[in-house]
Design a protein around this ligand. Structure first.
Ligand code: COA
Length: 92
């Protein structure tokens, strides 16, 4: 995605700790790091059927900008690429 973007590799919260604000906390940290590094966007890949995570990222202001295919064994899978543009006033 180039030098102007920061990738979030993965956010995984253990199921019993989900929906307590930890995902948002980690995302805020990533945003702070991206802004310190003067990035213009943050992005991540999420499996197209991971409705929970997609809804979370959308709530956090990400939009789907692309998709990307990969193979799990012989089966083709699709990741949505979701992006959030940074504008200096990024409040989650
Ligand atoms: C997706 C995940 C990281 C979210 O983390 P979380 O700690 O459960 O989410 P939070 O409690 O921080 O939620 C933050 C906000 O998103 C909202 N939210 C969380 N899950 C949501 C969902 N499924 N649909 C809509 N909104 C959702 C919360 O209501 C909260 O809103 P608020 O800011 O208005 O209070 C977590 O559920 C997870 O680890 N899932 C399993 C692993 C996974 O799929 N990771 C993503 C791989 S790319």
């Amino acid at each position: 995605m180039g030098d102007e973007s920061l990738e979030i590799e993965r956010i995984y919260i253990k199921s019993k700790f989900q929906k307590h604000g930890l995902g948002k906390y980690l995302l805020k940290k990533a945003l702070e790091i991206a802004m310190e590094r003067e990035k213009k966007k943050i992005w991540l890949g999420v499996w197209e059927n991971n409705e929970n995570a997609i809804a979370f990222y959308m709530k956090m202001g990400f939009v789907q900008t692309k998709s990307h295919s990969f193979y799990m064994g012989d089966e083709e899978q699709i990741d949505f690429i979701m992006t959030k543009t940074l504008n200096g006033i990024n409040v989650l």
